[in-house]
Design a protein around this ligand. Structure first.
Ligand code: SAM
Length: 351
């Protein structure tokens, strides 16, 4: 029997998201999807196994799968939405409502609908919590369709529907790349880790380096291109072009050269806690660079690397990358992060 779910993914990778659902959840029936708007699909699936949310945490292409509570093929007023939500919400659990409008006009902004619906539910005796709700309610307004979906927050992925509104908005970042590495840290559980010395390859114009510096790291940045030195969160930086001038005294040392082979590199073995590779090279070359640098990364240290995908079909090459890295690293996750465009982000631990 088919059930309706909301599938959140990047529209460019929808076919990969569907095959991945099938694989991760062991689904055999047909998976029919209908786009409600950018990145949000209505999907008909078999009933999901109990462990679905746990297994989906390792998904590369889907951000989440949320059970649908109601589908209405006409626009609904706020009062009608409150009525329908109050049927499945319980007064024992706190809730948060997120409204997303995918191109459809409802005469008010999604944000203000969200506030009004939340307040109306509170006046009926339900308890709202914006920061730690036990249940999240998604109201998705598409062209001629309103879908209400909901699940307990512990079963939902870290990235909620709200991220569709927040995309690319961060005021204290040097560039968009800095938002990417911030999201990688959050997604891969690195936020609380102490990472003192980091090697950032493909560092220009400096977003990743800046993020690492703000977290208290000392960074060796490698790139033939310049960094935006004036925007870095430290004044203690040095720029060298000749490797014989290498020293590890500065908060940021920028080596203005591109990495080609290991013979060039002046680092002591095991001297970094994190190696970051964001070179605009294909996945073969990026993997080669990661392998070249592995001996400078301490055992148990981390690799974060973007895999550029010149074509969507390159997304099918994840297995090749895992094989290329297998001698030096344990690949923990490969994820299409929200702020990745035509690329995936790989997270691995040094063996
Ligand atoms: C997408 S940009 C990196 C953005 C950067 N991570 C940031 O946070 O601002 C890609 C960079 O990779 C660099 N690059 C390409 N091949 C490289 C190599 N072999 N060694 C070092 N840098 C390389 C390019 O010069 C380019 O500046």
């Amino acid at each position: 029997m088919d059930y309706n779910y909301i599938l959140l993914t990047d529209s460019r990778f929808i076919s990969y998201a569907v095959s991945e659902l099938r694989e991760l959840l062991g689904l055999e029936g047909r998976i029919k999807t209908m786009a409600l708007g950018k990145g949000v699909y209505l999907a008909k699936l078999d009933a999901l196994p109990e462990s679905a949310s746990e297994r989906l945490r390792n998904a590369t292409f889907s951000y989440g799968v949320v059970p649908v509570m109601e589908i209405s093929e006409k626009m609904q007023t706020d009062d009608e939405l409150v009525e329908s939500v109050s049927h499945f919400l319980s007064k024992d659990e706190t809730f948060r409502v997120e409204v997303v409008s995918l191109g459809a006009k409802r005469g008010e902004s999604a944000k203000s609908a969200e506030v009004k619906i939340g307040q109306a539910l509170e006046s009926k005796g339900f308890k709202a919590s914006l920061t730690e709700p036990k249940r999240v309610v998604y109201i998705i307004v598409g062209e001629g369709i309103v879908v209400t979906a909901s699940d307990k927050s512990e079963r939902l992925p870290d990235i909620t529907l709200d991220h569709f509104r927040l995309e690319n908005r961060s005021h204290d970042s040097l560039n968009r790349a800095e938002i990417k590495i911030k999201e990688a840290f959050e997604s891969f559980g690195l936020s609380g880790k102490k990472l003192e010395r980091c090697l950032d390859v493909g560092a220009s114009p400096g977003g990743w380096t800046n993020f690492l510096v703000k977290r208290g790291a000392r960074v060796v940045a490698i790139d033939r291109g310049v960094l935006e030195y004036g925007k870095l969160a430290t004044a203690d930086f040095n720029v060298i072009t000749d490797l014989k001038d290498y020293s590890d005294r500065h908060t940021v040392l920028h080596i203005r050269a591109n990495i080609s082979d290991e013979a060039d590199l002046p680092f002591a073995p095991d001297s970094f806690d994190l190696v970051a590779v964001d070179t605009n090279t294909d996945y073969m070359e990026s993997s080669r660079i990661a392998n070249l640098l592995s001996r400078y990364l301490r055992h148990g240290g981390f690799l974060i690397m973007t895999l550029k995908l010149p074509k969507i079909s390159d997304a099918g090459r994840i297995h090749t990358v895992k094989e290329l890295l297998a001698k030096e690293y344990k690949v923990e996750r490969v994820k299409k992060l929200h702020h990745n465009r035509m690329e995936l982000t790989l997270f691995a631990t040094r063996l």
